[in-house]
Design a protein around this ligand. Structure first.
Ligand SMILES: Cc1cc2nc3c(=O)[nH]c(=O)nc-3n(C[C@H](O)[C@H](O)[C@H](O)COP(=O)(O)O)c2cc1C
Length: 170
């Protein structure tokens, strides 16, 4: 993997990137990490820093690693590895070794974070902020009903704001 200037992110279509390409959110280090697929989130600026925003439900095993450590990678695969991303988005690392099963090859970054050899781009991030969504903060009650009140997909998301410290490409 080659470290790039952060400005290469300007070449990405940030609106579509996460939603259409999906990403693996990987938290932890080689001593213990977990990865999951995510398609909700964004890239932007906060506190004069380049940041990523991700939204992770508390039931995810990856949530445990996000809570307990500061290092996170967001890995993008282009059109590739779709089956691997489906697997990492439908099974839990609590129940199986998803990385081995999906054929993903873990790579330790300089920071100690983990990404995957197949990734076309990896954002090497550090956690800056976390907050749990709470029902009283939903100004649109239909969204609350649709996504949380009958718990169709689990509990209220935790919002994580991550500083993008390094960008790597394959
Ligand atoms: C395309 C796709 C996008 C997903 N996006 C998110 C997301 O943004 N946030 C989230 O909490 N879960 C999301 N999920 C669900 C998790 O990836 C899934 O529950 C996964 O099995 C959790 O794995 P874990 O328990 O090993 O962390 C998504 C799943 C798929 C297939």
């Amino acid at each position: 993997m080659t470290k790039q200037d952060l400005n290469i992110l300007a070449n990405e279509n940030e609106f579509d990137l996460i939603n259409k390409e999906w990403m693996l959110v990987t938290a932890g280090t080689k001593d213990g990490y977990n990865t999951m697929t995510a398609s909700w989130g964004g890239l932007g600026w906060l506190w004069y820093k380049p940041v990523a925003f991700i939204f992770v439900r508390p039931e995810r095993y990856t949530h445990d690693f996000l809570e307990n450590g500061d290092r996170v990678t967001l890995s993008f695969f282009g059109d590739g590895c779709r089956e691997a991303l489906q697997l990492c988005g439908s099974k839990s690392g609590r129940d199986m070794d998803k990385v081995a099963a999906s054929g993903l090859v873990p790579v330790e970054m300089e920071s100690g974070s983990i990404s995957f050899d197949q990734a076309r781009m990896t954002l090497d991030c550090r956690k800056l902020f976390r907050s749990d969504m709470v029902p009283e903060n939903f100004t649109d009650k239909a969204t609350l009903e649709r996504w949380y009140n009958d718990k169709p997909g689990g509990g209220f998301h935790t919002i994580y704001i991550l500083e993008i410290e390094n960008v790597y490409t394959k």
